[in-house]
Write a protein that binds this ligand. Sequence first.
Ligand code: NI
Length: 174
Amino acid sequence: MAILKIARMGHPVLLRRADPVPDPTAPEVRRLVADMAETMEDAQGLGLAAPQVHVPLRLFVWRGGAGNIIALINPEIETVGEEVEQGWEGCLSIPGLRGCVPRAARIRFRGQDIEGRPVEGEAAGLAARVIQHETDHLDGILYPMRMTDLSLWGFTEELARAAAQAKPAEGTVP
Ligand code: NI
């Protein structure tokens, strides 16, 4: 296994549509998924798409609710219902920043696992957000391109400082 170099915003590999994975069971796909899982762990991310490690293929890994790392190959998603939620996102390709991004609250997804078996399911909340963010990477879309209010974009450090100042520490007398 190996830790891979992560492409940052501005690299063209992040802006192109990735190609379908012809054979999810191929040894090089298995190796790529293992390396991506290790890279995501090392970078403490919630998800990582193949284009982010300079491989223009339609697959990503993400951390499921139970903390396990799941690979989804050739994913397709559709929204369920009309509800849209605003939520904070970061991206390993845009280090140090966070932005508030509108996403469908509930989705259906399907794809394949690394055994080539079909996978499908429904996701809501954070899981739905991560899957939409990662699938966007496969279509050359980065989260700032989905933002509707760029005043809600900033450096994680500054946003944390502002949030801490907005909320007086417990037990202090103003
Ligand atoms: Ni990302």
